[in-house]
Ligand binder design. Structure first.
Ligand SMILES: Nc1ncnc2c1ncn2[C@@H]1O[C@H](COP(=O)(O)OP(=O)(O)O)[C@@H](O)[C@H]1O
Ligand SMILES: [Mg+2]
Length: 263
């Protein structure tokens, strides 16, 4: 596993989260939370259950509006954008529970993700059908290449609903790759996944990071996975950032140990 250890690759911030708050009634699920994600990093986000990690993901992607604070990608303000627009800015995510389209094949699950395709525009279809056709072929090639990269090619024609949990998690990662994102947010990619497939997922994340220069922010409860895969690691508790640092400093930080034991 130590070979997979990954250092932040630059000092430039890709994502800046500044004093973000999100309440549900009287509960501040995310509370004045600030941190930055470095370009090229595989950053871990950990914290006890209910710390606000998933809510923060929802706010970053625009699935939920922030009450206060600001979020920027590459210096550009995106706080108010809904999720279809943050998607176009290069932010994609997976969900704690996989959301594969069960009655579509694995290949089709990838092919329905189209970014900025002219085929969606009626006039382009009418004026230039050959361009649309070519884009469909490109899309198919891209989907097949991603399945190959994720070692899922043998399942291309299988209904997505029939996959194991680990295979579904890989498929979700594949769906994020279709749009050629800047950053992928993964919500518990290893939960419910058997150890062999988990190693495969870890390996693929490292490969995507290296080969495609995509930044990752990963929520995960599996400490071994987080400690081996991520650097830095950000710790959230009660909606705010509690600590941030390399795996060793986070593991030995008494404040972090208290937050877990106190839960
Ligand atoms: N849609 C919602 N409505 C009301 N409360 C919510 C909602 N989503 C999350 N919460 C609450 O916000 C807090 C943070 O939840 P969540 O972001 O899911 O935490 P984590 O992902 O760190 O386990 C929890 O107390 C949770 O019950
Ligand atoms: Mg969660």
């Amino acid at each position: 596993m130590s070979l997979l250890k990954k250092k932040s690759q630059s000092n430039t911030n890709l994502l800046e989260i500044n004093r973000v708050t999100k309440s549900f009634g009287g509960l501040k699920a995310v509370n004045n939370c600030s941190f930055n994600i470095k370009k090229g990093s595989i950053t871990g986000l950990i914290g006890p259950n209910g710390a606000g990690k998933t809510t923060l993901f929802n706010v970053i992607t625009g699935q939920l509006p922030a009450d206060e604070g600001s979020i920027k990608i590459d210096g550009e303000e995106i706080t108010e954008l809904p999720s279809y627009k943050t998607f176009k800015k290069g932010i994609v995510r997976t969900f704690q529970i996989p959301r594969e389209l069960k009655r579509m094949t694995v290949l089709e699950n990838l092919m329905v993700i189209k970014s900025n395709q002219s085929g969606e525009n009626l006039f382009t279809t009418w004026l230039n059908p050959w361009k649309v056709k070519r884009e469909e072929i490109d899309n198919l090639n891209k989907a097949e290449e991603i399945l190959d990269f994720l070692k899922l090619s043998h399942l291309a024609d299988e209904y997505a609903g029939n996959l194991s949990t680990g295979q579904k998690k890989l498929l979700e990662i594949g769906r994020t790759l279709m749009s050629e994102p800047k950053i992928i947010l993964l919500d518990e990619p290893a939960a419910g996944v058997n150890p062999t497939l988990m190693n495969n997922i870890v390996e693929r994340i490292v490969a995507i990071s290296k080969e495609r220069k995509i930044t990752f922010l990963i929520i995960e409860h599996n400490m071994e996975l987080i400690m081996n895969l991520c650097n830095p690691i950000i710790v959230m508790s009660s909606g705010s950032k509690l600590a941030e640092g390399n795996p060793r400093s986070v593991r030995n930080n008494p404040v972090v140990i208290d937050a877990y034991l106190g839960n």
